[in-house]
Design a protein around this ligand. Sequence first.
Ligand code: URP
Ligand code: ZN
Ligand code: ZN
Length: 459
Amino acid sequence: MSLLIQHGLVVSSQHSTPSDLFIRDGIIADIGPSLSQRADTVIDASGKYVIPGAIDVHTHLDAPVGGTTSSDDFESGTRAAAFGGTTCIIDFATQSRGQRLTDVLHAWKTKAHSSTIDYGLHMIVVDLPENRLQDLDALVEEGVTSFKVFTAYPGVLMIDDATIFRILRRAASIGALVCVHAENGTVIDLLVREALAAGNTSPVYHALTRPPVTEAEAVHRVIALARLAKAPLYVVHVSSADALLEIENARRLGQPVYAETCPQYLFCSLEDLNRDGFEGAKYVLTPPLRDSYHQEALWEGLRTNALQVVSTDHCPFFYETQKIAGRDDFTKIPNGGPGIENRPQLLYHFGVNENRISLHRWVDLISTTPAKLFGLYPKKGELRVGSDADVVIWDPEQQHTISASTHHMRVDYSLYEGMKVKGNAETVIARGDVIVDRGSWLGRAGRGRFVRRARFSLQ
Ligand code: URP
Ligand code: ZN
Ligand code: ZN
């Protein structure tokens, strides 16, 4: 199978070059001006950008959360991702207490079999006694080179500081990257109990009981543990200016601390949690949405490279049948929201079109740096000879109104309902297969492969 993409502008994290791209057997075989190879399929990309497929390193598909399961499985979620221009995800396998990590990995790979695009897995570690530390080594051997730990959700996902420190130290010695969900879980639990006792049960109390300082404190603490362990650290879903400041301080001192934010923190705010009736439940995700002034700080972080990645934390639940569980008690609202389909278009429109970031920075944030940090580069995240042919033909002029009535995610609402964006994925190619073309689905369940990721190396 061969494919020739002609007359496009190839855009990387550094350059834009008018080039053709020749793909053979799923791999980029040649790049250059006016290629003349004969191909089974020829695509005219005149007036379009040709970019490396977007990579979403933070998704929760078919995931058990708060007594229910996220509503997109690996088939529906990755199909929606592809419509938006994402050709690879890294999802989270989640350990239950007492479970061996290799068993968890096996179970998640089975779930992920229906994936339509390539996928990697991080491992959420909730229980790791001293004598099981070597189980982490086995994961790295299997290509699972990042682990996630929680300082939030006591009794469910939270682990103690000493265990986090042990994991950081081991990870550093075996070439893995520790990702942290950083909020002060026990203080939040106290604030939650007090809110409920005072009769404060509506969705906005989800945010009011998790103020920015609870995020910043935990970020600061885990950065300190990483320094002690001489380990790199990746902070997931940074939501506040306060937490960002901790990351900036550490990076200024030369510590290898990396961080992501997510579209919901750039485009939604506390006001959404205060929507009429129970609508605010749609916006209950963790860390919570903040006052809108935090958004400018996060954009600044994306510009200055204090934040290096935008992921989605896609974790959808139906409003009518799942979020509703918390009608009388915000703590029973499953935490999470949808977004796997919208990240490239939101970042492009509000970032590139509105001059907040450059075209190259956009490619960097959604594809190249995620690939580098998580051991996928240069197979993915870059269009170069020998790389996987994960390619998006991006139409910078295509207008689109985001809506639950037209999106492909399996969920009955959109966080971005009614937002108008210009710029969208027109054709999406995953390892040489055209899987989306002008709004038509040409992919299939099960075509995605598990990606064994390389060990972490300093960026
Ligand atoms: O609300 C969220 N983010 N749900 C998913 C789990 C997590 O903490 O990332
Ligand atoms: Zn998290
Ligand atoms: Zn998450």
